[in-house]
Ligand binder design. Structure first.
Ligand code: CP3
Length: 349
């Protein structure tokens, strides 16, 4: 197997810097749009054969060093009892919005093999289809990021309802967060048992907080998930796999983030990677951090930026190349293919 990704996660020597791309299975690929045209997004997530097919597309087309399961961070919200739908052009709709005691109390901590079996089936199928070509990454949303969607009922600009609950009904927010945290912990354990060889926790909206609030309302729950997973790993209940923690707009929060317990920290593009590495401290392993929209530059200019990120990444114990956030649908497909080739070529030892 191409294990450069797993080796870099563990801070081991690698022959070149491995790369995968957040949202690598998606609308910027004509091949994805073809499958998507015959189905809808949720149906694709819930049909293991379709999820597996689009998961494999970027492996064949781009030559990335890891596969990430095709699914969505909002799938567990439905399993917890909230309605979930994706509307064309509007993004996700979750109903009813979780804003009071009644709606919080109705949510439950689901058995993942019971309610989200399709996810674990997709992982089992992918492990067979990948035949050990590259490792398979599983994932979940961090409790806070998941909670914003559940409370707002969808995507939000200023997270007003979420912050209102935090500041006006802190006990209720905590009950909700404890339920989400328990659900995500079980969900990630099930993914690892099904064969996920690494897991990433997405805290896309963690950056909306000041450091003290981030610690209390987002990071503490992630620390709990990671310490529960690590104990299950050391007791042999689940396989030992790397845990990656990605926080969006994290530049003001790195001193908090370094206490997450994760093996790898995802860094967005708003900070120089060497700066992030020194603030994450000795032995940091990082993932990132090219601006996703720099993919609209011509390949020779992308190359200049890749060189800079690789150079800055040298001070880390391990570096996995990635964009600082997901690749956007309008991105020229050929530039993404070029990016992978450039990273492999320039980082070759
Ligand atoms: O990275 C991958 O290729 C794996 C698949 C993946 C998807 N979503 C597929 C997807 C992953 C890891 C996610 C994570 C996710 N989902 C996050 C965290 C990472 C991030 O980007 O910040 C968040 C916040 C979501 C929630 C979500 N899903 C939104 C807000 C939307 C609508 C916006 C959009 O891009 O359309 C989605 C839909 C979604 N998730 C699509 C894909 C490929 C587009 C669906 C389509 O084909 O129409």
């Amino acid at each position: 197997m191409n294990d450069t990704f797993l080796k870099a996660c563990r801070g081991e020597e690698v022959p070149y810097t491995p790369i995968w791309i957040m949202r690598q299975a998606g609308r910027y690929l004509t091949e994805y749009r073809e499958v998507r045209g015959k189905s809808n997004f949720l149906n694709m997530c819930k049909t293991p054969e379709l999820a597996a097919e689009v998961t494999l597309q970027p492996i064949d087309i781009l030559g990335v060093d890891a596969a990430i399961l095709f699914c969505d961070i909002l799938i567990p919200c439905e399993a917890m009892g909230q309605g979930l739908d994706f509307h064309e052009g509007k993004g996700p709709i979750l109903s009813p919005a979780i804003r009071d005691e009644e709606t919080v109390n109705k949510l439950f901590v689901p058995d993942p093999e019971d309610t989200m079996k399709f996810v674990m089936d997709a992982i089992r199928l992918l492990r067979k289809e990948l035949t050990d070509r590259v490792p398979l990454i599983g994932f979940a949303g961090a409790p806070f990021t998941t909670a914003t969607y559940m409370i707002e009922g969808g995507t939000s600009k200023n997270f007003l309802n979420t912050k209102m609950m935090i500041y006006q009904s802190p006990e209720l927010f905590k009950i909700l967060m404890d339920k989400i945290t328990a659900s995500i912990t079980e969900y990630l354990k099930a993914q690892i048992s099904a064969g996920a060889q690494a897991v990433q926790i997405f805290d896309t909206w963690g950056g909306i907080f000041c450091p003290a609030d981030f610690r209390e309302h987002a990071l503490s729950y992630v620390q709990k998930i990671i310490s529960d997973l690590k104990s299950a790993m050391s007791s042999g209940t689940i396989n030992t796999v790397p845990i990656i923690y990605f926080v969006g707009e994290s530049a003001g929060l790195l001193e908090e983030i370094k206490t997450s317990g994760a093996d790898v920290h995802g860094v967005d593009w708003r900070i120089n990677l060497d700066d992030a590495i020194s603030r994450l401290g000795d032995g940091a392993v990082v993932q990132g951090n090219l601006d996703p929209l720099s993919m609209f530059l011509p390949p020779d200019k992308i190359e200049v930026r890749v060189k800079d990120v690789l150079k800055r990444g040298e001070s880390a114990k391990g570096h996995i190349f990635n964009l600082g956030h997901g690749v956007v649908p309008q991105t020229p497909r050929d530039n993404v293919i070029a990016l992978v080739e450039i990273v492999h070529r320039l980082s070759k030892k």
